[in-house]
Design a protein around this ligand. Structure first.
Ligand SMILES: O=C(O)CCC(=O)C(=O)O
Ligand SMILES: [Fe+2]
Length: 663
């Protein structure tokens, strides 16, 4: 069964599945009690039962749709009927379909059917957020896709093809399960609560229910495309899989299959230049025209169905005032009602992030196996004329950059309101400089000053960078984050003529550079325990501000990197990597600066504290709310001069004093 997560054997084979939320709750209790083996068994059983539920819905949906007695009468779809008769037919067919579905579920899940396994919305959301759940659910096709990509990178297109095809089939199957879940009772719970006060008429209620089902089905694209541990979906999930497929087919000489796949990409994006020219090339190589050759049927069906749903959702948006956030960027403009286009266009244009996606390079280096999907090695140390440096792209989606930029902006706004407007950079009088630590972000989120999504993403992203940096530079020895800082530098208007200085003078991160001798002294006040540095850029809409590496003389530039959303520059923090930042002469440049250490004692304590602060209230263990709430505003660490390291004593009972790192 392709959609079954691997390794989930039933606890008691042959038994009917138990309610996933109850199993899950039991699993969490066992977990809290330290009964690991039992917790794992229960959590897996919860996943299995959730999967069985999804499968039942999908299978019953398909079989009831095919059952002649329950299928929609053919007249409904075609010939016009005398007025009034469609209504009777539709409602009668609806009753028959509901009856069929109920009986089918009872057959497969036992008496009570799906209702017995009803999942409460709160638990269901918690269930959804769990990484193990995501992991198990999606591991199947991701394993296939990752292996496919890896094989492609090693020029093994022939071996990659079955894996890529398997991944595509599995992601389509996953999409079906997700869509089938949209008709389940749990999706509608929130809606019932919402509408408790009003009681819409028969048709308004049916329409409302139908729209919610459609909204949910459309969201499945994003659900399926979101990788474990990520907050945002991989953009263009299906088209990018199809691109890999046509390239691989072409490489092994399967020209007709290459054509089918490239035509499928063109169904999504009829103007895709790369696909159009690939098509022309394949057709030329094929020689005589093949009239039977068209796009893949599965993709054609997927697109037609999706467009049908979008049409109805946009109609309802225009006429019934319902909402619809289209998860796809390939929807033809002609599908969007004129009245809504203007608004959507405005939303598009106000997005601060950059547009062209990083070019996918083929994976050639053994370490690339460790790279997360969508992340590419753009330049290695050789290309950067040095040692232990790398530029990686694709760590963040444009939406993630947007969220982090918004976080920086909101936090700076909060600082400005409390009197910190116009703080000059410690490095140059021609720029403003704002820094946000993870703890500060978490505190601001708790206080409601910034969104908690941004603060959570900050933690998530820093962990993503740590994982990659470790995999790339230190696979054998764990690296810890020692300091995480979201930094924005903005040009001060009217002070940019003939600037000769830098945004950040040339330096090394863990030693004191002596340009005359080229030596670098690894001793205080340098942060000697820093082993690897990472800069994750969030935007490129500013002038100047490129990062550059120099020779130890601090003068001869050896490499230069232009910041952009999702680009990570990672390098060892020593004298082999002197670097600086050119003046930012217009706009605002934001980056997440991260330093990693091998020394566990220098692990960033604030990271863990921030994580605690951002826990969902339901997950919080008896915490002294009053202490937390009461002390926060007064303990608010105001921005400190970032040029100096300083000692901050934590007065919270039981927490030892410790050094808090700054720039
Ligand atoms: O923002 C950058 O590109 C570099 C900053 C830097 O080198 C530092 O903060 O140590
Ligand atoms: Fe630096």
């Amino acid at each position: 069964e392709p959609s079954e997560p691997p390794g989930l054997a039933p606890l008691s084979p042959g038994a009917l599945p138990q309610a996933p939320d109850l199993l899950y709750a039991d699993g969490l209790r066992a977990y809290a009690a330290g009964a690991w083996a039992r917790a794992v068994a229960l959590l897996r059983e919860a996943l299995r039962s959730q999967a069985a539920l999804g499968r039942t819905r999908r299978d019953c949906g398909a079989s009831c749709a095919a059952e002649p007695g329950a299928a929609l009468p053919a007249q409904l779809l075609g010939a016009p009927e005398p007025p009034g008769s469609w209504e009777t037919l539709l409602l009668r067919a609806t009753l028959r379909r509901a009856d069929c579905l109920t009986r089918c579920a009872a057959r497969k899940l036992g008496p009570g059917g799906a209702a017995r396994l009803r999942v409460g919305s709160a638990l269901r959301n918690a269930f959804r957020r769990r990484e193990p759940y995501n992991y198990l659910q999606r591991a199947y096709y991701q394993a296939a896709y990752d292996t496919g990509l890896e094989l492609l990178g090693r020029q093994e297109a022939g071996l990659a093809l079955p894996r890529l095809e398997e991944a595509l089939q599995a992601s389509l199957a996953q999409m079906e399960s997700c869509r089938a879940g949209c008709e389940g009772p749990e999706e509608q719970q929130g809606a019932e609560e919402e509408e408790a006060g009003s009681s819409p008429g028969l048709y308004e209620a049916i329409a409302g229910h139908w729209i919610r089902v459609l909204q949910c089905r459309q969201r499945c694209v994003a659900d399926t495309a979101t990788r474990p541990g990520r907050s945002f979906p991989v953009p263009d999930f299906l088209p990018s899989q199809l691109r890999r497929l046509y390239e691989a087919h072409a490489q092994v000489g399967n020209l007709s299959q290459a054509v089918e796949n490239v035509l499928s990409v063109l169904l999504f994006y009829p103007e895709d230049e790369a696909a159009k020219s690939a098509l022309t090339q394949y057709q030329a190589e094929l020689g005589e025209p093949r009239p039977g050759l068209g796009p893949r049927e599965d993709i054609q069906r997927f697109i037609l169905r999706s467009l049908g749903e979008k049409r109805q959702l946009y109609y309802a948006m225009e006429h019934l005032g319902t909402s619809f956030e289209d998860p796809d960027s390939w929807t033809p403009v002609s599908f969007i009602p004129e009245a809504l286009r203007e608004k959507l266009r405005e939303d598009q244009e106000t997005r601060p992030w950059d547009h062209e996606p990083p070019q996918l390079k083929s994976l050639t280096y053994w370490k690339d196996v460790l790279l997360l999907e969508g992340v590419t090695l753009t330049h290695d140390a050789t290309q950067l004329n040095g040692s232990e440096r790398a530029v990686l792209d694709g760590l963040l989606t444009p939406a993630e950059c947007g969220v982090l930029l918004q976080l920086a902006k909101d936090a700076a706004g909060a600082g400005a309101r409390s009197g910190y407007r116009g703080r000059r950079s410690p490095h140059t009088p021609h720029e403003h400089f704002e820094g946000l630590t993870v703890l500060k972000a978490a505190q601001l989120a708790r206080a409601g000053t910034v969104g908690s999504q941004g603060a959570k993403l900050l933690l998530e992203v820093s962990e993503r960078v740590r994982t990659l940096t470790q995999a790339y530079f230190s696979p054998e020895r764990p690296l810890h984050l020692s300091f995480t800082h979201l930094v924005c530098r903005s040009a001060i208007e009217g002070e940019q003529e003939q600037r000769m200085d830098l945004s950040h003078p040339v330096h090394a991160d863990n030693c004191i550079l002596e340009p005359d001798t080229g030596e670098c002294w690894r001793e205080p006040p340098a942060y000697t325990y820093r082993d690897y540095s990472g800069l994750l850029y969030l935007n490129d809409d500013f002038q100047g501000g490129d990062l550059f590496f120099t020779q130890p003389n601090a003068l001869t530039v050896t490499a230069q990197v232009r910041p952009r959303c999702g680009r990570l520059v990672a390098f060892s923090s020593g004298g082999e990597n002197p670097h600086g930042v050119w003046a930012v002469t217009r706009g605002r440049r934001c980056a997440l600066a991260l330093w990693h250490t091998w020394a566990p004692e220098h692990k960033e304590q604030e990271w863990t504290e921030a994580k605690e602060l951002l826990k969902e209230p339901e997950e919080e263990e008896e915490e002294d709310e009053e202490e937390e709430g009461g002390e926060m505003p007064s303990r608010d660490p105001s921005p400190e001069p970032p040029s100096r390291k300083f000692q901050r004593v934590q007065d919270k009972a039981g927490k030892p004093p410790r050094v808090r790192e700054e720039l």
